[in-house]
Design a binder for this molecule. Sequence first.
Ligand SMILES: NC(=O)c1ccc[n+]([C@@H]2O[C@H](COP(=O)([O-])OP(=O)(O)OC[C@H]3O[C@@H](n4cnc5c(N)ncnc54)[C@H](O)[C@@H]3O)[C@@H](O)[C@H]2O)c1
Length: 471
Amino acid sequence: MNLSRGTDSRSESVAKTTVIDHQTKDHAANGKRVDDMETGSHQQKKLPVTAVIVGCGHRSLIYASYALQQPDELKIVGIVDPLEERRKAAAAKFSVSEDQCYASVDDLVKGPRIADAVINGTMDALHVETTIPLLRAGYDVLLEKPIGISEEEVLSLYEEAKRLGRKVMICHVLRYAPFYAAVRQKVADGVIGDLLQVLTTENVSYHHMATAFVRGKWRSKEQCGSHFLMAKSCHDLDLITWMKTGVRPVKVSSFGYRSYFREDQAPAGSGKRCLVDCEIERECPYSAKRLYVEQQMWGDYIWEYSRVSRDADDEAKLEDLRTENPYGRCVWRCDNDVTDHQNVIIEFEDESTATHVLTGGTAKPCRSIHLIGTKGEIEGVMEDGYFVIRKPNLDNAREPLEERIELNVSNDMHGGGDLRLAADFVNMLKGGEPSISATSLESSIYGHLIGFHADQARLENSVYELQQLED
Ligand SMILES: NC(=O)c1ccc[n+]([C@@H]2O[C@H](COP(=O)([O-])OP(=O)(O)OC[C@H]3O[C@@H](n4cnc5c(N)ncnc54)[C@H](O)[C@@H]3O)[C@@H](O)[C@H]2O)c1
């Protein structure tokens, strides 16, 4: 068997605890900017990298907020969004003048290039369509995941970026979460030997599932462009291929169904809308009133395109949920078509295997990983903030040696990953050494191919053989 190799580490002891301080490491890799003649002067004057936001929604504004935190590193100089109120809000937040605001990418690329890069936070089906003209206009791009919604789209972007020599970084934020970055480093250091099995789970809470994947904008492939697996576990499939860096996945299969969030599962007494004709609203965990008004969950989504804002009073919100707001619908009577649980199995070219288990509707949201190598195991739950390295104890076979690795995690999204990713993008544009988490387009493609073909294999009840990418 030809497994990927690493160096051995012999530093374990029984129940040892190690604490990794990620805060101090964050900006260590910032290097010099190597760029074309227009940006060469930035290097001398130490000017920030400049970027245009394309699609001023939740995600892009999170990455762009790095410009407010580190104004010497990143400056937002342009805005693109078809919605005037979003353009105006983003322009005000980042002090962008009106003449640098555009209603479409076409309008932006008609003129001369106004920045080094673009932060593209449009929805899934627009990623490739909007990124290709930006690359052609000379912008490097930080692109939200998924790269695109089909293998053809993803490969077309890959080919175009390669042809043009432009940089595209994919927002696989979990690679930047201290938990996963530290796990990956241990694997790269050969601490558990060669990986034989990669097991990951993603548990999507019942309220997240109901909001995003039953009532909301990721509820149907037709609506969003992506299926549940790609919309939610694109990250986990990426983590699997990242842990197996240098070893190609060759086969994939998958099982999964929409078994619960459909009309024939609706409990007696439920209606079409929680606040109109439901007799069990007070005991239902999915009650729109309880989740979105009483507990004020998921406000960014619920009041996003609604008549009432998230600052409206409770009566106005209840009336909206009673009448027009799609998030007021019964979870068993929506127009959702995505699975609510799905497993994916993968075989790699070195005969190692991986399994990912995605479940929507759990009590507690969390992600776990269990890596089994030839010399030991790594196991942990990201939200717990630590993982364990386990090895055989030659002196006492009943008690494995355990080292607990504690992460000093901050509270921002994705285990601290979002702003680290933005920092790494800036660092990359400045010509700095890529970090271990760097998510180039090339290194993100196999995770996507697994996702697309897992869905195909699930629907066809087959095993799909993945093609090899040409260099
Ligand atoms: N990395 C992650 O963990 C993560 C988490 C959630 C969502 N996402 C992904 O992020 C992306 C954005 O999600 P979101 O919730 O921020 O979306 P959003 O709806 O809040 O934002 C999208 C924005 O794009 C704008 N837009 C629409 N058409 C456009 C066009 N042609 N050109 C430019 N802008 C256009 C919309 O008006 C909107 O402001 C999605 O692909 C989603 O799957 C990633």
